[in-house]
Design a protein around this ligand. Structure first.
Ligand SMILES: [Zn+2]
Length: 101
């Protein structure tokens, strides 16, 4: 299974893994995983060592410290402790950057 997003990760080769030289991502044994993007919920391939992730509190579905009203409050240690890193696809990273600035 290949997606256009998988190709995006080839832009971040790790020299230590010998990923240079047009090695097809299918034969890359370094650990490409398929996951669901936190932002848009679609599946995409990513390298866990390279992918950008979003720290999400499973109780609220939002990053710790962020309320549903998108206002900031101090993140409690409990919220941070139970939060998990979820992968975010490059498209959503781009969108997030555009909205941030
Ligand atoms: Zn996404």
């Amino acid at each position: 299974m290949t997606t256009p997003l998988a190709a995006a990760h080839i832009h971040h080769p790790d020299p230590g893994r010998g990923f240079y030289g047009g090695v097809p991502i299918e034969s890359y044994a370094g650990g490409v995983e398929t996951g669901r993007c936190y932002g848009c919920k679609r599946e995409f391939d990513f390298d866990p060592a390279e992918v950008e992730t979003f720290l999400v509190d499973p109780e609220t579905g939002l990053p710790p410290g962020l309320t549903v009203l998108a206002s900031l409050r101090p993140a409690t240690p409990e919220a941070v402790a139970r939060s998990v890193d979820l992968p975010v696809c490059p498209d959503c990273i781009e969108k997030a950057k555009r909205f941030t600035f």
